[in-house]
Ligand binder design. Structure first.
Ligand SMILES: [Cu+2]
Length: 165
């Protein structure tokens, strides 16, 4: 009965109750997306080369949701690490210490949606690279090179050595 919006002042005076209930329901909706009870933990194995396989991360490409955690586990007694070389704009830089022993692990919880390209420093040149895709990559911030870290596949940063004769 009193909801007739005759002037802007009337609207402002009566707005709080509506606003609060609207915000509450919005908070509930957003919380169920942003901080789900189902936040998951994923494992990526750091594998050394054998006579038949190469240095690699397994899985090499992993799709997760914001709030999920990735645990990198060293599968053998050889040092590996992980560092992002490209990450969504605004994302924090992350870098693990060297994991030197079998079973050692390091984890990171991803909160910023987008695509993260990363590699192992000792074996980057041997193809030990990986990718984490967080959330809907098509709507996320574009990936940008991580400061102070350029990768050989970035065309403008490093010339392709194979083309030098
Ligand atoms: Cu490695």
């Amino acid at each position: 009965m009193e909801y007739k919006k005759t002037t802007n002042n009337n609207f402002i005076v009566r707005a709080p109750r509506l606003t609060i209930s609207f915000c509450l329901s919005l908070t509930v909706i957003m919380a169920s997306f942003a901080n789900p009870a189902s936040a998951r933990e994923y494992t990526v194995e750091m594998l050394s080369a054998t006579s038949t396989t190469k240095y690699r991360f397994e899985p090499k490409v992993l799709k997760i949701e914001p709030g999920d955690t990735v645990v990198w586990v060293n599968a053998q007694n050889e040092p590996h690490d992980v560092m992002a070389e490209a990450a969504p704009e605004g994302a924090e830089n992350w870098k693990s210490p060297y994991l030197t022993k079998k079973g050692q692990s390091w984890s990171y919880t991803f909160t910023v949606s987008g695509t993260y390209d990363y590699h192992c420093h000792p074996h980057e040149g041997l193809g030990m690279v990986g990718k984490i895709i967080v959330g809907d990559a098509s709507t996320a911030a574009q990936s940008v090179p991580v400061e102070g870290h350029h990768h050989a596949t970035e065309p403008d940063a490093t010339p392709n050595h194979d083309q030098h004769h």
